[in-house]
Design a protein around this ligand. Sequence first.
Ligand SMILES: Cc1cc2nc3c(=O)[nH]c(=O)nc-3n(C[C@H](O)[C@H](O)[C@H](O)COP(=O)(O)OP(=O)(O)OC[C@H]3O[C@@H](n4cnc5c(N)ncnc54)[C@H](O)[C@@H]3O)c2cc1C
Length: 619
Amino acid sequence: MANVKTHYEESDVLIVGGGMAGTGATFEARHWGRDLKIVCVEKANIDRSGAVAQGLYAINCYMGMQWDENQPEDHVRYARNDLMGMVREDLGYDMARHVDSTVHMFDEWGLPMMKNEKTGRYLREGKWQIMIHGESYKPIVAEAAKKSANKIYNRIMITHLLMDDEKENRIGGAVGFNMRTGDYHVFKSKTVIVAAGGASHIFKPRAVGEGMGRTWYAPWSNGSAYALPIAVGAKMTQMENRIVLCRFKDGYGPVGAYFLHLKTYTQNANGENYEKKWYDHTKNLVGEYIDHHPTPTCLRNHAFIQEVQAGGGPIHMVTKEAFQDPHLETVGWENFLGMTVGQAVVWASQNIDPKYTNPELTTSEPYVMGSHATCSGAWVSGPEDLSPKEYFWGYNRMLTIDGLFGAGDTVGGSAHKFSSGSFTEGRLAAKAAVKYIEDKKADGIKVSDKQHKDLKEVIYKPLENYTVGRNEITGGTVSPSYISPIQGLQRLQRIMDEYVGGIATNYMTNENMLNRGLELLKWLEEDLENVGAEDYHQLMRAWELKHRTITSQCVTEHTKFRKETRWPGYYYRGDHLKLDDENWHCLTVSRRDPKTKEFTMEKVPVYHIVDEKKEKKAS
Ligand SMILES: Cc1cc2nc3c(=O)[nH]c(=O)nc-3n(C[C@H](O)[C@H](O)[C@H](O)COP(=O)(O)OP(=O)(O)OC[C@H]3O[C@@H](n4cnc5c(N)ncnc54)[C@H](O)[C@@H]3O)c2cc1C
């Protein structure tokens, strides 16, 4: 690749991904590191990137401590309950105690917040959510990052992390390419904060063909947050805890405001409350967890899935009553205009006016995330004042690689952070990264020319594969020598869908299926050496696919390791259909050896710090 231009940049703090967590990290790094060089690299453009790109209608994580609405302990209890006991309470508490200050800054920066006319407080949508006019949420937080960074690089996809050649297990930077110019970028840095979002499109989506971009989770979220650290040997946790969402059918429009603010509710095709019907059945699987309040998200999905399987579908959201109130009708529509315009378009195209027709709901294909009602991600150190010794190794939000930090969807174990909590976690990670530098932990880092030159060959190989292989095209785009990114993606999605608990099997899997899935993923990985890219955009697609594949391997290994069904409604282990607190009341942690590419798995105790419940040890 002699004709590709190489650019070099050196920084103190390098932020990979300028979404919610990345902008938070960039902003806070400047606060603590006045004279440090802070660089943020983003695959898209930070003004409109990440899951929040098209705006939000609610900030889903706000304590309201100034009015004593909630305390951090309450949020820990809530997240613990929703995730069936399995969260890192130190991380959750740490986020919750700081999140209000983040929201107050958003308010100062001009984000239009809705206010309760009577009390003057932020208008609550639910216990944790406050309502905003959030179409411009992302440009507002991006501005704070732009003012804080020495440089923001847009349109650069980071493909690999660089390691220090002097000291084992220490970070050295990252490399990637510009998707418009094709130039190669080498970022040497004392610390790196990965904030690259979660993973959609690793499981086959319900919408295929022309509609395949219409998923709940943004199609550009491709698992780099997981693949980058996994590839250099960082430990991951709870990767089996993929999330399935119950949303309006076809448009995946949000249901939060409908349930919480409009007080709409669900029913089966016969107008019955089907959730009650599945109580005994669910109790038999998960025991007392079904009696928790609020009902864990996965268990509500479970009732939905069972009801549809038993022939009670379609499931509807009862909107006809609420929409008779003109105020609620307006809120219902504006909710979509603020964040999912596509749902309004779908309803228009299907002749659905929710005032007269109750719209259908569906359960989505699974996604991998760390910030929603799920907590897959990297195994990180917690804060010094809260974390038990197994959870603390020096710097808050540092992964098991020295100098490598994470935030937002990247970080595992801390669910229900949402947009505000992800931004907050970015701030926490940046503060710790600056301290790491001040403590001189990053002195003497060396990244050899060989390291980044070798990676350059690897990164541009798909262009080479295409240039050579296109001479053998037998028809259309079919060549015996390479596969295209879309062919590879569809193959990945089928493997995950059919073997690892996607929609094809109604979220069901078992050890035999997972073993077969792992075998097929291995062969896919081998074949991806031959992925071909016609242009720089396809080169991005090729690397997105490679990152999705490594993420999928990790998800599959974790799913195989946990021999129980902890979250029915997210997925089922048919060979271990019941929740098993005796053996699996623990967190799962994996590491992939960068040399052998083999995963090793371990159980780590889950500590219940809030309420000081006795730790239940899994054998
Ligand atoms: C459909 C949906 C609805 C939601 N609704 C709400 C809501 O109503 N309220 C709320 O508070 N929260 C909501 N959330 C949650 C919120 O959006 C996330 O918690 C938050 O965006 C996570 O922040 P993040 O920085 O980890 O990821 P993101 O904000 O997604 O940012 C990741 C960034 O990394 C970039 N990136 C990815 N790969 C690379 C790479 N290889 N190189 C460089 N850059 C890369 C991406 O382009 C992106 O900008 C919702 C999420 C989804 C998906």
